[in-house]
Design a protein around this ligand. Structure first.
Ligand code: NAD
Length: 374
């Protein structure tokens, strides 16, 4: 289980036994830090100095191609802390009212948006208008309409829009994708994605639809959706979904507690997934083909990601996801590097189109047909 999930549980007083996780910055391959680097560096400001923002900032200390140089926050005391901790000049600090002025700041190339989900849309569009490249956390938006508007704004401003899909750079995940492309599993027939954790504090923004845009699906179920797509290697063409709720007080109207969903893929594979805020020990992917299988457990936590296939253990290097992600994203922005699995706005639009379809399937009780490549 990830320490994010640990943190979310801990702050809420839930007593749950979970494993100890690698310290951020400790697991990056040493060679990255040892090799001299004289190329261009992406100068990044982080917007939203909360739990995940702190994790990204710590992880960026080990980056060579990306450097934290600025902050955007509504809390002056946090700005003071971060200025001291990361040696950030006062001219690179903004709040949520004045951050449009970042357009005149030549020392910031990109902004990483790490705020509650429902704020991403407006913040990303404002940053695009300010001429900055944007990295936005998942879910990129709270529906497909918003996602399209964000893509359009970034295209119009000619800035790049990337989304924090850290698993797209994780070595064991990429090894399974490599094996699937090489045909090691044969024809893919089945995927299972189980993603969940027991959420605590009922007052947190994740349980407030106005800020979260939904419930577990927006936060953790999206890993099963996105994972199904990169593990199977296709985009789904139909969705069915069923919701269950054990606590209507905590999980109010529009905030899903648990959704089971099924997806069908053009090649004939089917996926069966679970997204929940009410169960721990749910972080597992299973891919089955006619000639072999891959099981990843844990599959999307902060790591180490572990797993095996019909050929043996997955044993690629253990990395700090956010360090590797920021190194790779710097290369995408500065050198136009093409990632193995896309991390752009269009990739996020597909996931949000699927989330829209899942919510529609829940309310209608019907199978929803999809064409993500239209
Ligand atoms: P958090 O609550 O720890 O931090 C959110 C930050 O946003 C806080 O600093 C808060 O002050 C700030 N904020 C700004 N405006 C706010 C408002 N109107 N209401 C509430 N907070 C406001 O949350 P987090 O866990 O850091 O999540 C932030 C984003 O990062 C979410 O989109 C989440 O899905 C994403 N996330 C991604 C990963 C990942 O592994 N990729 C992990 C955790 C979170």
């Amino acid at each position: 289980m990830s320490s994010r999930r640990h943190f979310l549980q801990k702050i809420t007083g839930s007593v749950i036994a979970i494993s100890v996780l690698p310290k951020t910055g400790m697991t990056m391959e040493p060679h990255l830090q040892d090799l001299p680097y004289e190329g261009p560096v992406l100068r990044v400001a982080i917007m939203g100095l909360g739990g995940y923002g702190n994790r990204v900032a710590e992880a960026m200390k080990a980056c060579k191609k990306a450097k934290l140089v600025g902050v955007i926050s509504g809390t002056p005391s946090k700005i003071l802390d971060w200025r001291a901790k990361y040696t950030i000049p006062v001219k690179n600090c903004y709040n949520y009212e004045n951050f449009d002025e970042i357009k005149d700041n030549k020392d910031i190339d990109a902004v990483y948006v790490i705020t509650p989900n429902a704020l991403h849309h407006d913040q990303v569009i404002r940053l695009a208008k300010a001429g900055k490249h944007v990295i936005c956390e998942k879910p990129m938006a709270i529906n497909a309409i918003e996602a399209r508007e964000m893509i359009d704004a970034c295209e119009k401003a000619r800035v790049k829009l990337l989304v924090g899909y850290r698993m797209h750079f994780e070595p064991n995940t990429l090894e399974v994708i490599r094996m699937r492309k090489a045909g090691d599993f044969g024809k893919i027939r089945f995927f299972q994605g189980l993603c969940g954790f027991k959420i605590g504090d009922p007052t947190q923004w994740r349980l407030n639809k106005a800020l979260s845009g939904g419930g577990s699906m927006m936060d953790i179920g999206i890993y099963a959706i996105n994972g199904a797509r990169y593990m199977v290697g296709e985009d789904p063409v139909w969705i069915t979904a069923q919701e269950t709720k054990t606590n209507t007080e905590k999980f109010k109207e529009g905030v899903d507690e648990t959704i089971q969903f099924q997806m069908g893929f053009p090649g004939g594979a089917v996926a069966s997934c679970l997204s929940t805020y009410s169960l721990n020990n749910l972080d597992r992917f299973f891919l089955d083909g006619e000639d072999g299988f891959a099981e990843m457990l844990p599959s999307t936590g902060y790591g180490p990601i572990k797993g095996h296939t019909h050929k043996g253990e997955l044993n690629k290097p253990i990395v700090t996801h956010q360090t590797l992600q920021m190194e790779e994203m710097a290369a995408i922005i500065l050198e136009n590097k093409q990632p193995i699995v896309p991390v752009d706005g269009k990739e996020a639009l597909k996931d949000l189109t699927i989330i829209d379809a899942i919510y529609l399937a829940v309310t209608s009780g019907k199978r929803v047909e999809l064409n993500l490549n239209s």
